[in-house]
Write a protein that binds this ligand. Structure first.
Ligand code: NAD
Length: 246
């Protein structure tokens, strides 16, 4: 299996979950040294790959390396991502907007396409995409991020429809807030208030990365053999809770 952005946070939890489940794991990350170090942490047979998912030739090389090392590619998890700028919309340029699309949406598209080239001749596989509740609801000041995540939800359906008969299932996870380096940095910068998030989420707290990894594991596994094209919120009830106050 191959996970992008696997050196940290949710991606690293996913790498650990699949390794524990017996997979050989290729960890791709912008920070190539960290990816290699994480693969070593998992032990023999795993692989670290330097890749910026926003750069198409690097994505092509990444999938090629993983497929060559393992002799096949059965699972791809498109997880690499960054936070939005949180600038007021009237101060946002199309460059920042486009950067979100390049990493999240184009990266997911290109990696999925390359993975399918390995999966279709082998009879199939599973792709899991990291979307976000930001792709399902409005979140002020996060235009590029939300558009990219909504786009990921759209291509999850499109690819599921196209590749179903080829044996590839394509699903997405829409996490709410997960306690990772990404969210902790936003909290330090005063951009998110995890206390307030915990109070709003019906389950009363943020997710742990392992709780997202467990769902990725399920969606990629034979237990989800008739599940394709869906986006599963894993958000502690955030989407279910529409009312103001309690
Ligand atoms: P994180 O910052 O903890 O880890 C992200 C990893 O991706 C890092 O190792 C980073 O080096 C890597 N990365 C960043 N840009 C990359 C690029 N261009 N190419 C390759 N690797 C790159 O982030 P996280 O919180 O674990 O988030 C992982 C995914 O989950 C992202 O797609 C994010 O949008 C999504 N998500 C996170 C949350 C949350 O609350 N943390 C909520 C919803 C969705």
């Amino acid at each position: 299996m191959l996970v992008t952005g696997g050196a940290e946070g949710i991606g690293w939890a996913i790498a650990r979950r699949f390794a524990a489940g017996g997979h050989r794991v290729a960890i791709a990350d912008l920070r190539g040294d960290a990816a290699v170090a994480r693969a070593r942490e998992l032990g023999e047979g795993h692989l670290g790959i330097a890749c910026d998912v926003a750069v198409e030739p690097q994505v092509i090389a990444m999938v090629g390396k993983a497929a060559a090392a393992f002799g096949r590619l059965d699972v791809l998890v498109n997880n690499a991502g960054i936070a939005d700028s949180f600038l007021p919309t009237v101060e946002q340029g199309t460059d920042l907007f486009g950067r979100q699309l390049d990493i999240h949406l184009k990266g997911t598209f290109a990696a999925s396409r390359e993975a399918a080239k390995a999966m279709l001749p082998a009879g199939g596989g599973a792709i899991v995409n990291l979307a976000s509740i930001a792709g399902l609801t409005g979140l002020p000041r996060r235009n590029g991020y939300a558009a990219a995540k909504a786009g990921i939800i759209a291509i999850t359906r499109t690819l599921a429809a196209e590749w179903g008969r080829g044996g590839i299932r394509v699903n997405a996870i829409a996490p709410g807030y997960v306690r990772t380096a990404l969210v902790e940095a936003l909290e330090r910068e005063g951009r998110v208030d995890t206390g307030a998030i915990g109070r709003r989420a019906p389950l009363g707290r943020l997710a742990r990365p392992e709780e997202i990894a467990e769902v990725a594991w399920f969606l990629a596994s034979p237990a989800a053999s008739y599940v394709t094209g869906v986006t599963l919120p894993v958000d502690g009830g955030w989407m279910a809770y529409g009312a103001a106050g309690d």
